[in-house]
Design a protein around this ligand. Structure first.
Ligand code: FAD
Length: 291
């Protein structure tokens, strides 16, 4: 099923994420985590694409298996920063053959010392190629706090509008820990005429290490309230995990209470985290016994 269709339905859409293995010996382990997450019956699941490419076949296989074995629609990511156009077109063919209808079109992070594509500089070029080579539903990434490489939010939103105009059906945000930043971003994108659905991306932080790694890569602001949680529970893994799940749950409840209809959780191959958040939200999402 096309995600654009899902996003038009009444009610809240709730999606989860897995990432593919880096090597084939880890495939079974990843597929098992993906299946446990799929068994929770999210509205769709996204399957990320290894930075630098090279593991695209795993993305395609895992996304295809989730669809065929669990009937959960998938969103397969695709990056271009380290790929030739020829390779990208071959990946699109693979996605088509595996029944994948939805693609999240991304540039990818520029590798510090690896090869950079001469065919693609920005995601917008990839989006145009996907539009030209098949009937896919296409999503793109957006950054409520601005992308780390872009000095001015205004320019970042101008580039975002270019991507949308190139043929995006929806957007998914980078993680954020302060919902006010997301509400402000929504206001600014609507002001420039971006009117496609925006899916709010929520990352449950379950360890202090995960927080520092994620923040270093994305530049996401950590509110004082969340810093206090990490300072207090960061050295106690079980407590940190529980507190991180509750923080993400509260963020989602606030989003839904304020009219946000599309939520994506970066579950990072952790079925137990996905299950805890869904259990906390069962009635809020209308999936509990009282529904
Ligand atoms: P772009 O939209 O190309 O933007 C990149 C930068 O270039 C921005 O600063 C933008 O303002 C600027 N820019 C864009 N167009 C122009 C222009 N014409 N002139 C000048 N500057 C311009 N990475 C992975 O490797 N695998 C994944 O699966 C993955 N999934 C992701 C999912 C989501 C929801 C998000 C938010 C990010 C994901 N990423 C993933 C990370 C992403 O690849 C990086 O953030 C990357 O640095 C930017 O990708 P993009 O598609 O947003 O790039």
């Amino acid at each position: 099923m096309r995600i654009s269709q899902l996003l038009r339905r009444d009610g809240v859409t709730f999606s989860l994420e897995v990432f593919p293995p880096k090597t084939s010996d880890k495939y079974t382990q990843t597929a098992a985590a993906a299946k446990e997450i799929a068994a929770l019956k999210p509205d769709f699941m996204s399957v990320t694409y290894g930075a630098g490419g090279g593991t695209g076949e795993f993305t395609a296989s895992i996304a295809s298996e989730i669809q065929s074995q669990f009937g959960v629609p998938t969103l397969a990511h695709l990056t271009c920063v380290s790929s030739s156009r020829e390779y990208v077109l071959a990946m699109l063919k693979t996605y088509r053959e595996k029944g994948i209808e939805n693609i999240l079109a991304l540039r990818g992070d520029r590798p510090a010392d690896g090869p950079v594509s001469t065919d693609y500089r920005y995601a917008v070029e990839l989006i145009r190629d996907i539009r030209a080579h098949g009937d896919f539903c296409i999503g793109g990434a957006c950054y409520p706090e601005g992308h780390v490489e872009c000095a001015h939010k205004r320019d970042d939103i101008r580039h975002l509008k270019e991507k949308v105009d190139a043929g995006l059906d929806f957007l998914t945000t980078q993680m954020f820990f302060n919902n006010d930043i997301f509400y402000n971003f929504l206001y600014r994108v609507r002001e420039v005429g971006i009117d496609i659905p925006v899916i709010a991306g929520i990352m449950p932080i379950t360890s202090a290490r995960q927080l520092s790694r994620s923040v270093a890569m994305s530049g996401t602001e950590v509110p004082q309230r969340f810093r206090a949680i990490v300072d207090c529970f960061g050295d106690t893994p079980a407590a940190m995990k529980q507190a991180g799940v509750v923080y993400a749950t509260e963020q989602i409840i606030d989003l839904i209470a304020n009219g946000v209809r599309h939520i994506h959780v970066y579950t990072m191959n952790k079925p137990e985290v996905a299950a805890s958040i869904m259990a906390n939200l069962s009635e809020v999402l209308g999936r509990g016994h009282g529904a």
